[in-house]
Design a protein around this ligand. Structure first.
Ligand SMILES: [Zn+2]
Length: 367
């Protein structure tokens, strides 16, 4: 052990060797992400990979320990990574400037021990949770506002009996999410995401609790239960509760038994043709298969969220007459015929087969 970690070695419950072997993904390099990355690096974690698709703006500087004024306009993930390397050159830290949903595969997540979800929206949290649930990797989720923070730990590597992020997600969140999309999963043109103001006090406390939970997972091994910590940073109160799995969970309901992940080519091919026709394949993203105007049907076969809600008006003078064909569930034959030779526009398809979950993941580059 190097002298750098001498003080850690003096702590009876600390195990630098285990911490130095652990690997984490950090999704989001904003206010919370900065603090989480800083903490993980100073703790001497073995490997970090950061995902963020945003650029640094001047107002980020009040809450971002890793950013400087000269960084404005640069990708958050790149700068966070460079500054973190200066904190401890022993830590392997890499980044992706892009959306984790497009860039991070299930097989890649399986190379890591934990995912820190430091985003500011429910859609990205739900997606992080789905990837972690399928990959069986621990998820630590952080949410903050101007005075309070919530840190949730989901030790999903312990097995399917552990609660996931969606197990206790209030129905109001799904209602809010549906406001972002029109009924057919096309993006609402008029929707403006509400930004939640916060300070470094809230984000740093949240990140400290998140890393403390991550540290415990790295040192003690599997935690048995999901838990939620709530801290009110103004009046100094906090509480911690454990969370049971919810049988009605929107995420867990689709995943049963062992999860088998297979790489597949995005061109729909033999991988899918050979499957049992009774099987329902659920696509990770709703697909705009095509649209009908009167008798005429036009194929599209792209991700529905690539289109705005004014799409019908773009393809017809009478938008009310455009009948959109948006689906996320197909039999293997339906999928092959809908694709018509086009590549799959989703991250993966999954199905329940003989008490197992089959996932065909469309191949990505390694990180
Ligand atoms: Zn669940």
């Amino acid at each position: 052990m190097t002298e750098r970690y001498l003080r850690h070695d003096m702590i009876d419950w600390f195990d630098q060797a285990k911490v130095s072997q652990s690997k984490a993904i950090v999704i989001g390099a904003g206010a919370v992400g900065n603090e989480v990355i800083k903490n993980l690096v100073l703790l001497g974690i073995g490997q970090i990979h950061v995902f963020d698709f945003d650029l640094i703006e001047i107002h980020n500087l009040t809450r971002s320990v890793l950013f400087r004024e000269e960084d404005v306009g640069e990708p958050k993930a790149k700068v966070a990574c460079e500054r973190a390397r200066q904190l401890d050159p022993n830590v392997s830290i890499t980044f992706t400037y892009g959306d984790f949903w497009d860039e991070l595969s299930l097989s890649q997540i399986r190379n890591f021990d934990a995912v820190y979800c430091c985003v500011d929206n429910f859609e990205a949290r739900i997606r992080s949770n789905l990837l972690c649930r399928l990959a069986g990797v621990d998820l630590i989720n952080v949410g903050i506002d101007s005075r309070a923070c919530v840190v949730e730990v989901f030790p999903l590597s312990a097995g399917a009996h552990v609660a996931c992020y969606e197990c206790h997600l209030p129905h109001s969140v799904y209602q809010r999410l549906s406001q972002r999309y029109s009924c057919g999963h096309l993006k609402k043109v008029s929707f403006i995401e509400k930004k939640i103001p916060t300070t470094i006090v809230t984000s740093s406390i949240a990140a400290s609790f998140a890393c403390s939970e991550g540290l415990r997972l790295a040192i003690e091994g599997e935690a048995k239960e999901a838990a939620r910590i709530f801290v009110d940073t103004i009046n100094g109160t906090s509480n911690k509760i454990t969370m049971d799995k919810n049988a009605e969970c929107a995420c867990c309901a689709h995943i049963s038994g062992k999860v088998n992940i297979f790489p597949a080519q995005p061109s729909i091919s033999e991988d899918i043709k050979g499957l049992d026709q009774a099987m329902q394949l659920i696509a990770s993203d709703p697909i705009l298969v095509g649209y009908r105007i009167g008798e005429a049907y036009k194929s599209v076969f792209r991700r529905a969220s690539d289109f705005n809600s004014d799409f019908p008006a773009q393809v017809s003078d009478d938008p009310g007459a455009v009948d959109l064909d948006i689906r996320d569930s197909f039999t293997p034959d339906e999928l092959v015929s809908a694709a018509g030779g086009m590549p799959m526009p989703c991250k993966f398809v999954m199905a329940n087969v003989d008490d197992c979950t089959l996932v065909l993941e469309f191949v990505r580059e390694e990180i």
